[in-house]
Design a protein around this ligand. Structure first.
Ligand code: SME
Length: 158
C-alpha cells in the first residue's frame, strides 16, 4: 500500500481493535475513521449475514447517505455477488452493472470485501464512490486488511 493515508487507517484500526468493547464499537470506529480520512470513499458501511437467516445481509454501522437497502438477499446486488464470489468485488461503473442496487444517485463505483471468521464469510465492508473507477489495487489491499482485523476480532470475542 503506497498511500500513507491507507496505512494510517490500518494502524489506527489495529490499535483500536486491541481494546474495543465489542464488534459494534469497532465497526463504528472503522466507518468514522474511513469517512474522515478518505475523501473519495463517499459511503462506507457494513453488511453482516443475519445469524437467524444466513441468506440475508443486514445493514450495520455506516457513514454516508441513508440507504433503503437495510436487508439484501445474498442472491442480489453487488453485495450479494461478493458473498457468492467469496472475494473482493470491484465495480468500476455501477450504472453498467445489472446487479447493482442503487443507494445514492451519485454513486459511480463500488468495492465490496468479504469479512471471514475462521474461514467462513460473516459479512462484508461496502464502499461507494462518486468517482468512476475510484478503487484500485491499493484500496482492495487496504480493505482486505480492515476485513481481516475485524474477522479476527469477531473470532476472538465470539
Ligand atoms: N450497491 C449495493 C447496495 C448497498 S448500497 O450501495 C449502500 C449493491 O448493489 O448490493
Amino acid at each position: 500500500m503506497a498511500n500513507p493515508a491507507l496505512q494510517d487507517v490500518v494502524a489506527a484500526l489495529r490499535k483500536f481493535a486491541q481494546s474495543a468493547a465489542d464488534l459494534h464499537a469497532l465497526q463504528e470506529f472503522t466507518v468514522t475513521l474511513i469517512d474522515e480520512r478518505l475523501p473519495h470513499y463517499n459511503w462506507t458501511g457494513f453488511y453482516m449475514l443475519d445469524p437467524n437467516d444466513p441468506g440475508t445481509l443486514v445493514l450495520g454501522p455506516f457513514r454516508g447517505a441513508p440507504t433503503e437497502h437495510l436487508r439484501i438477499p445474498v442472491t442480489e446486488g453487488i453485495c450479494g455477488a461478493a458473498v457468492a464470489q467469496g472475494a473482493a468485488l470491484v465495480v468500476d461503473d455501477v450504472l453498467s452493472d445489472p446487479r447493482y442496487l442503487a443507494c445514492s444517485l451519485e454513486t459511480r463505483s463500488e468495492i465490496v470485501v468479504p469479512i471471514r471468521v475462521n474461514g467462513q464469510i460473516a459479512g462484508e465492508i461496502d464502499i461507494d464512490s462518486h468517482e468512476r473507477a475510484a478503487f484500485g489495487p491499493d484500496d482492495r489491499l487496504f480493505l482486505e486488511e480492515c476485513s481481516q482485523i475485524i474477522g479476527q476480532f469477531i473470532a476472538a470475542h465470539a
